[in-house]
Design a protein. Sequence first.
Length: 475
Amino acid sequence: MAVTAPKISPEKDPADRPDVVSIMAEIRERIKNDVAAHADKKLPFKSFKADIEGKEAKSADEVVNSEELRNLNRMYAYSTRLNLDSLTSHRAGFFGKLIVKLKQKFLKVLWESILKDYLTSEREYQSNLVRFLNDVSKYIGARDSSVFWELIRKIDYDVGKALERIERINDEQSASMRALERRTNEALDAAIRKIQAGGVLDQHEEKLRVLENVTRGLEGVVSKLPVSRELPSAPQSAAAGTLPGDFSYLLLENRFRGSEADISKRLEIYPPLFANAKKPVLEIGSGRGELQLLFRKAAIKSYGVDMDEAMVAHARDLGVEATLGDGIAHLRSLEDRSLGGLIAIQVVEHLPRQTLQELFTLSGKKVERGGRVIFETINPRSLLALSSNYFRDPTHVWPLHPDTLEYCAQLAGLKVVEVRLLSPIAAGAQLQEIAIDEHMPPRWAGAFESVNRNIKQLNTWLYGHQDYCIIAEAQ
């Protein structure tokens, strides 16, 4: 078999060859000068600059799902089993078989001595490399996803805070505008009413001041007149400057308790409670006689007993039956079950503890079975009633809680039917709730509803019903 020698090109002229040494020296000198000129400048590291092929940097998703990584996963493993049967020869017969045997023997020796260990190590290396690349790609994907969703959460949080602040500012501005509008309308209405009223209000206020001064003068004159301790047996007027009894408590009642018309209207609830009484109804502490007039109007037989001479005299002037004396002593003198009912209005707070208990006990004995026994007093659960109505009267002994009065009645054998609250404070005189506009933001409406609940509770404590009564039956 002939072998053809390779062609050798003729050598070039040495003069045409480049001077590699001088070129490299010049390059080195340029690099030194460039480095020295930019020694104080640090170039920022950018990962995409390491791209050998000059391609743009890939995203994490592109790296994880790249075609290169898929090929590595598909092709990194290969078989290390030697397939000797694949060897053949173009020669036929004995020489062909001999050549195949020699090839197999040579290849087997070559495989066992060199190739097997190398290829096995290479396969392990490639397997570990591919596994590492897969782990890195998964880590990159997970980190990229985590950073992405963390960024999304941060954006959502910042946007939510910004929207909340915008809403709060809008609510505050809207509420301020509505409040300003309401105040302006109220001020305008007040100004219009004042203009319309003109000097009429001033004239009425002046008349009220004159009337107040005259009343106080009359009270002073009456308090200085001599007092007679003899009570006339029939209605008659005072003569020679002498008053029948001490009018000081009557004057106190007239000034602070209210007019007779007001008291009569408030006491209208009691006559129906005694409508079934077959025997006389006794009122202890009948005072000016307002309730006795209501009993007479309702055709209920009744009479009153009071310790104040002036009060009894005034009641008799009204034409009702009133007796001067101690109500407890009078109750003792009666026969058992001789009364159809008993009532005491604003009396029990004047009595000491033992006298009060005796009143309850005697009431249960002297009133017929099933007859009503009613006691009205000031409600101490209302701070307004306690501070004004109770402490204004110097003859009061102690305030009585509804539970205490009910317990005393039950302890004396009376059957308590009802504890009724009386004399409510007008709504306009109580703490006013905040008006909730239908266009008000929900957050503001919720806050105002909470404030209104507290206002209601305060109104219960401060401005509760001024009086209450215990309605019981004798057993």
